[in-house]
Design a protein around this ligand. Structure first.
Ligand code: GLY
Ligand code: MN
Ligand code: MN
Length: 470
């Protein structure tokens, strides 16, 4: 966990960059079925950025006029101490965190109104709708968490993004720990894989590993023999001898910093000849894209690097026809690689995705409208401290490869008959999909792969699968 001085410095940087008071909300408990049965609490990432392990319902008023940070916390009651355990007093919290004052959360509206007077207040929408409504009522803004256009004032988003975009050493240290826990989870899942068990058994090993290290899944674990379903969150399939299993899972630390890693391996420990070919192409694309990460590189070009290597390999496999450059230009590769090469990573697994393309594409860049490239979540020029994922894949998706419009559009570039062989192999279950994903931080010298210790060389993966040892 970064130390209190780290968070204090971040708050000071924020205060120096804003010109109106800003109220940030951590959010509260969100009920799962009846009011007192809650989902695990997770503070909003913009709050987590400024405070270590925030309490539910916390809020903070940043005032650049006097450089103050007033923290609002729930009153310490005897009932809370009984049911949930005693927590430090306001005085202790003020001292530990180094904030200007700690006030009662119940007094939030009164204290904020008094302090800001007639000045403009800015807030952000967060996942907790009640907290967002409170913030909107105080600031008069039309906030909506589910619309990136209404998440908050654009200048405020830019100020926060500027701070969050470049990870400092303390943040990177957290991400390295998350990567280490994620390594343990992935290698354990590989080691415990064998034909005849259900996917959920491996999910237990993955998420149990996170829990043993005080972490939680940073996002819903994807563990599936149906790897072509990109965000497949069901875990009920029986894993058969000739299936491949795709695991996309990452640990999140109590600080909020996380990892996002994908590996794919054969259930019986031996890639079939077709799977071996596809795996090698995806791995080559991933390595080429990782090598393209450096200061000044445009992320779209990193994506295109991966796309070209994939297209080249798909030509070798007889699935695409023609010049790889032309195939990428027309978008033919996207029938097998229908998503972007990656995204920002940090406190959110898709870091600051709630802020929309304003941050991930910057002011002057627009998303492509072409199928596949339209899903590219990032198009910034990379700079030291930026963390991104690199996650190319090849998938055999019936809904894409049997689509009449695509068949017509890409008639000369895609061998749909060959694709049909992949869709029907493995006793008609189809090939599925292969993705390999690592987390990469751009450094002055080029890059550091935070997740490099997680095996991905084909022989190393095969040796680990089913070994029982991790
Ligand atoms: N785990 C989601 C993603 O890779 O983007
Ligand atoms: Mn992932
Ligand atoms: Mn990812």
């Amino acid at each position: 966990m970064p130390n209190p001085a780290h968070y204090k410095r971040r708050r000071a940087e924020f205060l120096a960059a804003i010109d109106t008071p800003v109220l940030l909300m951590a959010g509260g408990w969100i009920s799962r079925n009846y009011p007192a049965n809650w989902n695990p609490f997770r503070a909003d990432s913009n709050f987590l950025f400024f405070f270590p392990e925030p309490e539910a319902n916390a809020a903070a008023l940043f005032d650049p006029k006097d450089g103050s940070v007033v923290l609002f916390l729930d009153e310490r009651t005897q009932a809370d101490a009984l049911w949930h355990g005693a927590v430090p007093s306001f005085t202790d919290m003020k001292r530990a965190l180094g904030v200007t004052a700690v006030e009662q959360r119940a007094e939030l509206a009164k204290v904020v109104r008094k302090k800001i007077g007639r000045r403009r207040l800015r807030c952000l929408a967060i996942a907790d709708a009640r907290a967002t409504a409170e913030a909107a009522a105080l600031s008069g803004e039309a906030l909506d968490f589910y619309s990136s256009a209404r998440i908050g004032d654009e200048d405020l988003l830019r100020v926060i993004a500027h701070l969050r975009l470049h990870k400092d050493e303390a943040e990177l240290a957290e991400m390295r720990i998350a990567a280490g826990v994620t390594r343990e989870a992935h290698t354990l899942a590989m080691a415990r894989t064998r034909p005849g068990i259900y996917e959920q058994e491996l999910v237990g090993h993955v998420e149990g590993t996170f829990a043993r290290h005080g972490c939680v899944p940073a996002y819903n674990t994807i563990l599936s023999v149906r790897g072509e379903v990109l965000h497949n969150h069901a875990h009920g399939n029986l894993m058969l001898e000739t299936d491949q299993v795709l695991l996309d899972a990452g640990a999140e630390r109590p600080s909020g910093y996380c990892a996002d890693v994908t590996r794919t391996w054969p259930v019986n420990g031996h890639f079939s000849p077709e799977a071996r070919d596809v795996y090698d192409i995806v791995l080559a694309a991933e390595k080429a894209a990782i090598d393209a990460v450096r200061p000044g590189a445009r992320y779209r070009d990193v994506h295109m690097t991966a796309a070209r290597v994939l297209a080249d390999g798909l030509v070798q496999l007889g699935l695409l026809k023609g010049d790889p450059g032309a195939l990428v230009e027309s978008g033919a590769h996207a029938l097998f690689f229908p998503h972007g090469t990656g995204h920002l990573l940090g406190l959110d697994v898709h870091d600051m995705e709630a802020f929309g393309d304003l941050i991930a594409y910057g002011k002057d860049r627009q998303r492509s409208k072409q199928f596949g490239t339209a899903y590219l979540r990032l198009d910034l020029d990379l700079a030291p401290g930026m963390c991104v994922t690199i996650e190319p894949g090849i998938y055999f998706v019936p809904a894409i490869l049997r689509d009449a419009a695509f068949k017509k559009q890409f008639k000369g570039q895609v061998d749909f008959r060959r694709a049909e062989e992949f869709l029907t192999m493995n006793s008609l279950r189809g090939f599925g999909g292969i993705r390999i994903e690592d987390d990469v931080v751009c450094t002055a010298a080029g890059r550091e792969v935070l997740t490099a210790a997680i095996p991905k060389e084909r022989l190393a993966v095969e040796a680990l699968v089913g070994s029982g040892v991790a």
